[in-house]
Design a binder for this molecule. Sequence first.
Ligand code: G3P
Ligand code: CA
Length: 268
Amino acid sequence: ASPARAAGGGVSPLVIAHRGASAYAPENTLAAVDKAAELGIRWVENDVQRTRDGELVVLHDDNLRRTTDVEEVFPDRAPWKVRDFTAAEIARLDAGSWFGPAYAGARVPTLEQFVHRVEHHHQKLLLEIKNPELYPGIERQTLKVLSNEGWLDRRHLAGRLIVQSFSADSVRTVHELKPGVKTGFLGTPPVSDLLDYADFADQINPSHGSLSPAYVASVQAFDGPHGRPMEVFTWTVDDAATAQRVAGYGVDGIITNKPDVVRKAVRG
Ligand code: G3P
Ligand code: CA
């Protein structure tokens, strides 16, 4: 399919479902992936962390309290950090009831399960390595899981996978371990530093509040490690007015909890 055209004549930004379509289903669950698919959204973002026994799981916070019933199931295990629980323990938790009764029984997926579901829907994955300082070696391990699932073959590397992080070290490590993988740095580095980032990051992905048209143009003026202009995906935009504003800046992607709202705003 050819890229959609925005109202002003430019190519409209990609729309990425943040933690899945997380305004409509519990974040980072398989239900949130399904919801994005149901809305016809091709790109899904997620957050990856590691359990005590070394399994990669998909969860945003570094503790389990906000999005699961961990305090009820394991009342004496404060402060309920992800890294203090085994995968089997986490698999017992309800990660859906906090969002609504319709999602009771939803689980915290493993990275493997999450990737399977994305693959099932023929979607694309923007994978965030979350808190890498807590999980030494998580970059290599993430790439291993992706490789086992076939996500490091040419078909995916040609446009279905991006790995991003707030940690520049982590992004650089991913690039060095597997140079073919497209990478993104989460943040807004000064323009004077962009040349350094261009060595290992294909994208610079800032919060929408820190964006300006000049900044977007500055990023896109650099070529990334694959010899193509660096891109800008911005987050987390949930209203039409902001989506239209950042689309007008020329961003390449908009990460949103409400992908239907953003798609309508930028594509009409
Ligand atoms: O993908 C961008 C966004 O997810 C970064 O912030 O805190 O939602 O992981 P956060
Ligand atoms: Ca994230």
